[in-house]
Write a protein that binds this ligand. Structure first.
Ligand code: SF4
Length: 552
């Protein structure tokens, strides 16, 4: 599936002062640790390719906090193809701590101003902060109205990141430096939705926060005085960290000087750092909010969004996808749909369908072949502005030598709007010369929008609801979908397979887009609104109600 986009990835890194630097620190020393942020953002590139940025902390620099952000992939934004230019950027933004962000936006402006981190300058260093956000605030319109109803508030951008920034600033008001745990606790009472945050202030305090439902993944690791956190584990394992821990829903990592704090379970060495060299910094993992249910991890992270090399909430993405493929094979045997023969091949839709396709083929005893090649070198900007059919033709090449005359079982990770799949089917049949195409989807039908940070927010844009009368798809409805797509057959994975394959109980997952049951109040409200708009003939694409413009 090439139709869905994530809304961002976040990362943080901090080398606290210590007589012995971490073995993972660069040879240039801890003061240059912010350089590693670029490497981390490259590993998170799958979560957003429109913009990238970082804020570094350096108490020896005129600007204690400084933010660099640009439109483009990480390579483009940090000019990594121009060693001299990228070196200048990395030298200018050197520091012993940094937060970073990669951005995808559904419809917010694609300009530098909308890129993150957002920085809010203030003359008092504990009020001066930068933040990056991954998710979507579901009760955005209520929060926005609340702000605008206050005297003197003005929003420059229609973004939930901006709203979060204002609420954060409000919590930092007054003359007394507040307890940051209390700050995020107060915000958790206000916010509904998915909000993983990285935060750093001019004192060199850092917070890494996972929302109380844990929609989006967030993990961290410690190596001596070095701490790092990221949306996905691959960004930490590739830096060389050994043990990678999950930040639980409702927890935050806090790096702060000790003064006025009651240390609880210190995890890392302490040392003086940053703006207050005489004060030791301490890293703590703190519960700042009680989860409202065990958790609501987005199942789509394992199926499609996350890097296949990542482990999220202690569950491997690769193994989950392989389990989905095995389930597809079991279903094939159970329903007796296709009798695999010498002429049958399994073809994954690259790249996210590959693990499932390989596992399915293995179970069926037929080859898994790369009948569709994805052009990895086609530039994002080159295909921008072309229609989806042309984009698919530019991005994929069918291999006639492996497809011609074959019965193809095409494994797709999911179907959202179907436009990409339709184009792929015609490529495989017409240019590839396949005799039959049987589509197998490693996910149940998507029947409801997402209000937690994934780019599908209306009922009308979804393919499956047009065919389905109830919430569980029937054999006849799947046949009707196959006919509409001009496939020889089409079958989805059953709903109950998802929890089994990810190996998490269903009540710890968000499955709202495949069940229509939302884990938060604002999500449920938005769904009812979306259904009403759809019944009233709301637009199939574009948002039919106010939601933030794809920011986090
Ligand atoms: S609605 Fe679907 S895509 Fe959105 S968070 Fe829940 S499971 Fe993920």
């Amino acid at each position: 599936m090439q139709e869905l986009h994530h809304e961002c990835g976040i990362a943080a890194i901090y080398h606290m002062e210590s007589p012995t630097p971490s073995r993972l620190a660069l040879k240039d020393g801890p003061e240059q640790i912010a350089r590693l942020m670029v490497r981390m953002l490259i590993d998170l590139q799958n979560r957003g390719q429109l913009a990238a940025g970082m804020t570094s902390f350096n108490p020896h620099r005129e600007s204690v906090l400084d933010t660099y952000k640009q439109i483009g992939t990480v390579i483009e934004a940090f000019r990594l193809n121009h060693p001299a230019k990228s070196e200048t950027i990395l030298r200018d933004y050197a520091g012993r701590a940094a937060i970073g962000h990669v951005r995808y936006a559904t419809c917010g402006k694609n300009d530098k101003d909308h890129a993150q981190p957002f920085e809010r300058y203030h003359g008092r260093k504990w009020k001066w902060f930068a933040m990056g956000f991954n998710g979507q605030i579901t009760n955005y319109s209520e929060l926005k109205s609340e702000l605008l109803n206050k005297e003197d508030y003005y929003l420059m951008r229609d973004l939930d990141t901006e709203v979060i920034m204002h609420y954060l600033s409000y919590e930092l008001r007054g003359d007394d430096r507040p307890d940051l745990v209390q700050v995020f606790h107060n915000l958790s009472k206000k916010f509904d939705g998915a909000y993983n945050l990285v935060f750093m202030n001019g004192m060199g305090d850092m917070c890494v926060v996972r929302d109380p439902n844990g929609f989006r993944p967030l993990c961290y690791a410690v190596d001596g005085p070095l701490f790092a956190a990221a949306s996905e584990s691959v960004a930490l394992s590739n830096l060389g960290f050994g043990e990678i821990k999950t930040l639980q829903p409702g927890e935050m990592v806090l790096i702060q000087d000790r003064e006025g704090e009651a240390p609880a379970e210190p995890l890392a060495v302490t040392g003086s750092a940053g703006a207050s060299p005489s004060r030791p910094k301490q890293l703590r993992v703190v519960r700042y909010a009680e989860p409202r249910r065990p958790s609501a991890h987005c199942f789509f992270e394992w199926i499609y969004f996350a890097n296949v090399a990542s482990t999220l909430d202690e569950r491997s993405v690769y193994l989950s996808r392989a389990a989905l493929g095995k389930e597809l094979a079991i279903q094939e045997h159970r329903l007796g749909l296709i009798k695999p023969d010498y002429n049958t091949v399994v073809v994954p839709v690259p790249d996210t369908g590959k693990a499932a396709a390989d596992a399915m083929a293995y179970e069926l005893g037929v080859p898994s072949v790369e009948g569709l090649m994805r052009n990895r070198h086609i530039g994002r900007t080159f295909i921008e502005g072309t229609n989806r059919v042309d984009r698919v033709k530019m991005k994929f090449s069918p291999l006639r030598e492996v497809l011609e005359g074959r019965r193809v079982i095409l494994v797709e990770d999911s179907i959202v709007r179907s436009t990409t799949l339709k184009s792929l089917l015609s490529l495989i049949r017409e240019r590839g010369g396949a005799k039959e195409i049987h589509v197998r989807v490693a996910c149940p039908p998507i029947i409801a929008p997402c209000f937690y940070g994934i780019d599908m927010s209306t009922v009308g844009e979804l393919y499956a609801p047009q065919f389905m009368k109830g919430k569980i798809i029937t054999l006849e409805e799947q046949q009707a979908m196959a006919r509409a797509l001009e496939a020889d057959s089409l079958f989805y994975l059953p709903l109950d397979a998802i929890a089994r394959c990810i190996r998490l109980p269903a009540d710890r997952l968000c499955r709202a887009c495949i069940t229509g049951e939302y884990p938060t109040e604002a999500g449920e409200r938005m769904y009812q609104l979306a259904l009403r708009k759809h019944d009233d003939g709301g637009a199939a694409d574009g948002r039919t109600y106010e939601a933030p413009k794809g920011c986090g």
